[in-house]
Design a protein around this ligand. Structure first.
Ligand code: IPD
Ligand code: CA
Length: 286
């Protein structure tokens, strides 16, 4: 069976380089463009970092394929095949990046036969490297990660976001889901502004659950395996098996908590990431 450790190590080294570029731009004034909504932003740094990552990987692994947030926004077809595929979010938390709110991450997942082999989330400002390899555990700066194991939803801290979808149905669904979670009750709701880092909190045990609807595969592919390898559970909000293309996720400390959250939250319709035309959007200058 293939061992993808060399690819993982290469991914970690380029994620660190990408993080240095993100950090070097963090305090600067940015030119911002809008993509699918007034809360879906892109900067020149997102695009540049993605190009640097893809060209470094392509040089080393010319046969491998890519799904990258900014390449898809520019019109690349989003298709997950059985080939080795790198799923890249060059800056997760672009709104944070633009505002200098200190949670931004480089997120890289790697799949083979549509199964995630490893995930890397580099939280740039915190200088935290989260990673996990299938069957080999999850780590933060080299130390093993363990989800909390909490089974009682009323004792949970839940991380979530409203997200970038701003039509009435999406907004009313997401805000009423927060109400439903608070009434369960849970101990608290938190949001850091990056799906990748939000979800990694479940792997650390600092949060017990994360739920979101409307994000994309590049936001959560890496952190999903990090949660699973830390002993957590990742499912769809409809209670079925996790599907990174469905744009719905619950990550939790235990099946009991994951299922309870899936029971209470409601979904709004989102086009799947792998549905045609896939996520192509026209940038607007702001
Ligand atoms: C966004 C962030 C945010 C989540 C959105 C994502 P981006 O990604 O992960 O936390 O709520 O759904 O689109 O645009 O910053 O890469
Ligand atoms: Ca993202």
């Amino acid at each position: 069976m293939a061992n993808w450790t060399d690819c993982l190590n290469f991914g970690i080294s380029i994620a660190k380089q990408a993080s240095e570029i993100v950090l070097s731009e963090f305090q600067q004034q940015k030119q911002v463009k809008l993509k699918s909504s007034p809360a879906d932003l892109v900067t020149e740094t997102d695009q540049r970092v993605e190009k640097i990552l893809i060209s470094a990987i392509r040089n080393k692994y010319p046969q491998h394929r890519f799904i990258g947030e900014e390449s898809v926004a520019a019109g690349d077809r989003l298709e997950l095949t059985d080939s080795p595929t790198w799923i890249i979010d060059p800056i997760d938390g672009t709104v944070n990046f633009v505002h200098r709110f200190p949670f931004v991450a480089v997120s890289i997942a790697f799949t083979v036969n549509k199964q995630t082999e490893f995930g890397i989330v580099y939280s740039c400002v915190e200088d935290k490297l989260f990673y996990a390899q299938r069957g080999r555990g999850a780590f933060l700066n080299g130390e093993p990660l363990h989800a909390s194991g909490q089974e009682d939803v009323s004792k949970c801290v839940v991380v979530t976001e409203i997200g970038a979808e701003r039509d009435d149905l999406a907004l009313s669904t997401m805000t009423s889901n927060i109400f439903r979670l608070l009434k369960l009750p849970v101990h608290g709701i938190r949001a850091l502004g990056t799906a990748a880092v939000d979800m990694c909190q479940v792997a650390t045990g600092g949060a017990d659950a994360y739920y979101h609807i409307g994000m994309h595969c590049w936001d959560i592919a890496a952190s999903a395996i990090i949660v699973q390898e830390a002993g957590g559970v990742v499912i769809d909000t409809d209670g079925s098996e996790f599907d990174m293309m469905s744009r719905r996720v619950v990550a939790a400390s235990s099946s009991a908590v994951a299922n309870r959250i899936a029971q209470v939250v409601q979904a709004f319709p989102c086009r799947r990431d792998d549905e045609d035309p896939a996520g192509v959007c026209v940038e607007q200058q702001v």
